[in-house]
Design a protein around this ligand. Structure first.
Ligand SMILES: [Zn+2]
Length: 183
């Protein structure tokens, strides 16, 4: 059994400073961390909110994807859609979603097998574009209940061994590459 929300919050509060903020995590010291640490601070801790408020597509909140499942679709089959609405500035960004309103744990074995195959194929396809250091695959879902898996292409030369500079993500060359790659 993991901590209850109250127990977890109590441990977090115990680690906070007098200003109610946790110290910076170790990730801020990684070479790939895109900000200088000086002047950076964590937001003040807050108490847990239980039960959690409904996400988009949950409870009485409508699901934007189900309202227009074909929006921004660049590839699809009878069970999945891939949209090009990824973050701006990267060489490639896309979201993979089931057509039906399901979260990760709702997928049946057929969809689960699809997701594994499509994830591997996406990795190969995006890296074949050239100039891609790595394809990052992410799933959060705190904002929306309709499963959406991010595929984010990290430009070659900006990995953990090279310090990633925010200015490199929004420059004219990167923006042009993103426009050409999305469709
Ligand atoms: Zn939905």
């Amino acid at each position: 059994m993991t901590d209850t929300p109250e127990q977890f919050a109590a441990r977090a509060w115990a680690g906070a400073g007098a200003d109610g903020r946790l110290p910076l995590p170790a990730q801020t010291m990684w070479g790939v961390f895109p900000f200088e640490v000086e002047g950076l601070r964590a937001v003040p801790l807050q108490d847990p909110v239980v039960p959690e408020p409904p996400r988009s597509g949950e409870g009485n909140r409508p699901c934007g994807r189900c309202a227009d499942v074909e929006r921004d679709v660049v590839w699809s089959d009878d069970r999945w859609v891939l949209t090009g609405a990824g973050p701006r500035g990267l060489p490639f960004g896309a979201l993979l979603m089931p057509r039906a309103h399901q979260d990760l744990g709702d997928l049946d074995d057929r969809h689960a097998a699809d997701l594994g195959r499509l994830t591997v194929r996406m990795d190969r396809a995006v890296r074949s574009m050239g100039g891609i250091g790595r394809v990052h695959v992410n799933k959060w879902g705190d904002g929306g209940a309709h499963l959406h898996v991010f595929f984010l292409a990290r430009p070659e030369g900006f990995g953990a061994a090279a310090r990633l500079q925010p200015a490199a993500l929004g420059g004219p060359a990167a923006a042009g590459a993103a426009g050409g790659a999305r469709r």
